[in-house]
Design a protein around this ligand. Structure first.
Ligand code: GUN
Length: 312
């Protein structure tokens, strides 16, 4: 039988088959409290509340629920939030004008445009139009470039959340073989960059696998840490994982379910039930990386308000 704990202090040697469930809910709630306390001390010192603005276009179900979560997180952290909605038929020019307004609004510390956008709008153009000093998503090429050479910047939320989980669970990364499955601009590429960066949590030997990788199973079997971020439910099976590996599941695919009120449930990229017994540490879905992603955006907004990354 498997035993699970949340302390991060377990020994695989003493207790083979036991794994530590990485509790994103617990950690994200801790961080939320840390942020809220810092905001209250800012207010006590006469500073203004951090202010995050969010632009959403259309009515995509996933985007609606992500944005509702971001607005709630702002309230929990003591931030001001502004939500601007456009219908699917909004023109690129109108959207760019709104971006420009937020760039110049001195009360707004950071803002994001929720993706995906309708086909007739260029996501690249919109992202590049955001002032990189307010780009709390960390998607602007200036922030991506600065991250890749290890300069202070806004790091995108999911990679940042993963790194924070590794740090808080004191998971060793130095010299470890880390396989990242998926090469997206917002998860795979940046998390690979962070895992190979000098210092902790980093210093790993990183391999990035994707849809054209030929020997994916062999590479995964050599991995001490696997970060599954390809968006394919239950892709990573037990026979692809070596005993004692650390498993980080970034997948959040919505699949229909008759068991939930919403009519869907979230599925990760890892076949949890069969992989967990082989793992040393593993993130659940839901309750793992997703909640850390949400809190990472709040941290970036706080950094923006405090002008900690860019002083002007
Ligand atoms: N769509 C899915 N994830 C994200 C995110 O982190 N930021 C934005 N802007 N859009 C998203």
């Amino acid at each position: 039988m498997n035993t699970v704990n949340n302390t991060g202090e377990k020994s695989l040697v003493d207790n083979p088959g036991a794994y530590t469930l990485i509790d994103g809910k617990l950690i994200s709630e801790q961080i939320k409290k840390e942020i809220a306390a810092e905001v209250e001390s800012m207010i006590a010192n006469g500073l203004k509340r951090p202010h995050l603005a969010v632009i959403i276009v259309g009515h995509d179900g996933g985007s609606e629920s992500y944005v509702a979560g971001k607005v709630k997180d702002c309230a929990d952290c003591g931030f001001t939030s502004t939500l601007i909605r456009f219908e699917d038929d909004v023109t690129e020019d109108v959207l760019l004008a709104e971006v420009d307004k937020f760039n110049r609004d001195e009360d707004v510390d950071g803002f994001i445009v929720q993706l995906p956008l309708p086909k007739h709008i260029s996501e690249e153009k919109v992202i590049e139009a955001i002032d990189y000093r307010k780009d709390v998503d960390g998607f602007h090429p200036v922030n991506v470039g600065r991250m890749s050479i290890g300069l202070p910047c806004f790091v995108s939320a999911t990679p940042s959340g993963i790194i924070e989980l590794l740090r808080r669970y004191k998971i060793e990364t130095e010299g470890k073989n880390c396989v990242v499955i998926g090469r997206s601009n917002i998860v795979g590429k940046p998390v690979a960059t962070l895992m190979m960066q000098k210092g902790y949590p980093g210093d790993a030997t990183v391999t990035v696998c994707h849809s054209r990788t030929k020997n994916l199973k062999e590479l995964c079997l050599q991995a001490d840490i696997i970060i599954a971020a390809l968006g394919q439910p239950e892709f990573l099976k037990a026979d692809m994982v070596k005993s004692g590996a650390v498993i980080i599941d970034v997948g959040t695919t919505r699949v229909p379910s008759t068991l939930t009120k919403s009519g869907f449930k979230l599925k990760g990229d890892v076949a949890f039930d069969e992989v967990a017994p082989k793992a040393s540490f593993i993130t659940p879905v839901p309750g793992g990386v997703g909640l850390m992603t949400r809190i990472a955006l709040m941290k970036n907004t706080l950094l923006a308000a405090k002008k900690e990354i860019y002083s002007v």
